[in-house]
Each structure stands twice: as C-alpha cells, then as structure tokens.
Design a protein around this ligand. Structure first.
Ligand code: DC
Length: 228
C-alpha cells in the first residue's frame, strides 16, 4: 500500500464528480467527502430559518449555530450529510435548495467556515473530496487533482434523470436553467471561483461510462502514488 494522499475532484455542476469521487474512494479505501453537500446544508439552514445570507450579522449568528458532519449510512454504506444532528442528505438535493445554493456559497464568511471544516477533514489525508475549489483553495498541495467536464446537454440529462426520480413534476427546462445559472455564479464569484488548477488533469466523461471514468481516474491516481 502506498502512502495516503489527497485526491481532489472539481468541475461544473452535474458532470458526475460525486459518482466518480465516491467510486474512487471505495477503490482506494479512502474517505469520500461531498463538499457541495456542506454548502447545500448551510443553504437549507438559512432557508428554514428565514435568514438573509447577505446580512453579515445574520451570517455570523447562523454559522455559530450550524454543526455539520458526515455519517455513514449502515445500510447503504454511503456517507450522508447531517445538519445539527439531523440527516439532511435527501432534502438538500431538492430544487428549492439547488436554486439558492450558489448565492449562499458565494458569501466569503460562509466559504471560510466550510473550507476550514474541509481542511480539517483532510488533515490525515486518505480522502477524495469533490467540489469547485478543492484543488485550488482547499487543498492546493493535493497530490492528485482531477478536473471533470462533460457536454452541457449530457449534464442536464443526467441531473434531470436523478431529480425526476424524487420529483416527477420537475421539467428538463427547470433543470437546465438551474445548472446554467449555478455554473455562471460558481465560475464568476469573487471568492474562489470554479477554476481548473494548473496542475489538474482534465477528465471529460461525455462519452465515458461510470466504469470507464473510474478506470481513467485510477490510472491518474496510480501514476501519482508513492510507495510507503
Ligand atoms: O456539487 P453540488 O452541485 O452539490 O454543489 C452545490 C453548490 O455548492 C454548487 O452550485 C456551488 C457550491 N459549491 C462550492 O461553491 N464549492 C464547493 N467546493 C462545492 C460546492
């Protein structure tokens, strides 16, 4: 077994980052961290409590009252997001949260709070974390950085299929609008916008199956792993 490393997976919305990162973590025996789930859980807290993320005082108070952690579901063995002790893994995928999360994630103090928590989770290495700024801001020295892309039409189709299962009233147009808006805000915000790190390797999965993208990523990781 090689020395434990940090693997980052960044990219646009709905290009399969979490599917790849989760599978990669499983293969490597590493911990998988879905950083987007943290921003989604924070958004849920603001929405439920009718708080304004553009008001610095309300942000400070909210962050003082938010406790986030991941817990492994004993049935599925998947890591799930908990907000103040409640399992919110399912509800944070709702379109109501998706519509606001990019605005919330653009607030500097909110990013500092999430980034600090993410860096703490990586102290012992042996993690695969996916998000938008993981290879650039959270772990700029990560041993392996993957930047994922896929054609927009494919991303919209994939996310639509996923959301339709939970909410058959959702339309393809709604999903497309949400993805385009989030990509725009995530790429153009002032603090840690979505960027490919200079040393990241691009993985375009438009024409790859889940198995093929995992094989491609494993090849990248194996090339960078050092013997213990
Ligand atoms: O990966 P996701 O779609 O669940 O992420 C939800 C939102 O959270 C995304 O639109 C932008 C934000 N995000 C971020 O700003 N930085 C990250 N590292 C991860 C997610």
């Amino acid at each position: 077994m090689g020395k434990k490393i940090i693997v980052t997976v960044d990219g646009l919305s709905s290009c399969g980052k979490s599917t790849l990162a989760r599978a990669l973590a499983k293969e490597l025996g590493y911990i998988y961290i879905d950083s987007g789930a943290m921003y989604r859980a924070i958004t849920l807290y603001f929405l439920r409590n009718n708080l304004n993320w553009n008001d610095p005082r309300q942000v400070e108070e909210a962050l003082g009252n938010i406790e986030l952690h991941f817990e492994t579901n004993p049935v599925t063995q998947r890591s799930e997001m908990h907000l103040n002790g409640e399992n919110v893994e399912y509800i944070i995928r709702d379109i109501v949260v998706a519509e606001k999360v990019s605005e919330v994630a653009a607030v500097k103090e909110i990013r500092s709070f999430a980034v600090a928590a993410q860096q703490k989770m990586g102290e012992k290495k042996g993690i695969v974390m996916d998000g938008r700024d993981i290879g650039t801001t959270v772990f700029p020295k990560a041993e392996v950085k993957i930047f994922m892309t896929a054609d927009e039409a494919v991303r919209v189709e994939r996310r639509f299929a996923e959301m339709y299962d939970k909410n058959p009233n959702i339309t393809l147009e709604e999903v497309k609008t949400n993805i385009e808006l989030r990509d725009y805000i995530d790429s153009n915000r002032e603090v840690s916008p979505l960027r490919k790190a200079n040393d990241a390797i691009v993985l375009d999965n438009t024409h790859l199956s889940e198995k093929e993208q995992l094989q491609a990523a494993l090849k990248i990781v194996q090339g960078r792993m050092q013997p213990a």
